[in-house]
Design a protein around this ligand. Structure first.
Ligand code: IPE
Ligand code: IPE
Ligand code: MG
Length: 238
């Protein structure tokens, strides 16, 4: 494989990269392992991914870790995911903080186990003030739910006669203050959005790969950033 890292124009890296980390279950199945083992290996990919993103100077990485639709999975898989997330943040928060990562959570805290909620809130709190890169952790996230929550949030402070604007809506999104997504990546060969960042991906470039998430390496990211830079983003203009 070419050395894409050296071909990347460091002045034009995407500001916001969003990743649908898909394929953990199939990765495990191929090896006759339980699905949760795929999730465990998937979580281990995040550190090297963030190191590469920092090295590239990417401003925001959004990771889709659990969707509002994932509640339809078996209870034991869901419980396994919460446990893994708790272990992930407990084991990694020192390192994450030390690297200057600002952690945010996008999604609803409703229905999360109290222990998971506490660890997420605590982890987010520990990175407050950091600014090397933003890691936007999308957990119990749904794009439609986000838009509904935003509209309801706006309506609660609405004065008579006010009409909602794009700017006002954005101030009430979970991602308030973050730039639009420039590059959306999905692993595992599926070609769909699955309710991820619906408002924010309006003009995102999309790259799909058959690589399963636990197999994702920094070199895959470098290749994708290079491919992104070959695209002509027109935003409806000429
Ligand atoms: C993505 O991997 C992680 C979550 C949705 C939590 P999957 O668990 O969807 O893996 P596949 O798609 O079944 O292979
Ligand atoms: C999307 O993956 C959600 C996450 C990666 C967290 P899914 O595996 O849940 O999506 P579908 O069901 O294939 O659309
Ligand atoms: Mg999947």
């Amino acid at each position: 494989m070419k050395d894409y890292a050296s071909l990347i124009d460091r002045e034009r890296v995407p500001r916001h990269v969003a990743i649908i980390m898909d394929g953990n279950g199939r990765w495990a199945k191929k090896r006759s392992l339980p699905r949760v083992e795929g999730h465990r290996r998937g979580a281990q990919v995040i550190e090297s991914l963030m190191d590469a993103a920092i090295e590239l100077g990417i401003g925001v990485v959004s990771l889709y870790a659990f969707s509002t639709e994932n509640w339809s999975r078996p209870k034991d898989e869901i419980a396994g995911i919460w446990r893994l997330l708790e272990i992930f943040f407990e084991a990694n928060i020192e390192k994450i903080r030390g690297k200057g990562v600002l952690l945010r959570h996008s999604g609803s805290m409703r229905h999360l186990p109290a222990s998971t909620r506490r660890i997420i809130e605590d982890s987010v709190g520990q990175t407050r003030g950091n600014g090397v890169i933003t890691l936007n952790f999308c957990l119990n996230y749904g794009g439609r739910q986000e838009l509904l929550d935003a509209v309801n949030g706006w309506a609660a402070s609405r004065r008579p006669g006010d009409r909602i604007t794009g700017r006002a809506l954005e101030r009430h999104l979970y991602t308030a203050g973050l730039p639009d997504v420039d590059l959306l990546i999905r692993t595992s060969g599926e070609h769909r959005i699955s309710n991820f960042l619906l408002w924010q991906v309006a003009y995102a470039e999309m790259i799909f790969t058959r690589v399963l998430w636990p197999d994702f390496k920094p070199r895959h990211l470098y290749r994708m950033i290079y491919e992104y830079q070959q695209r002509d983003r027109r935003f409806g203009g000429l």
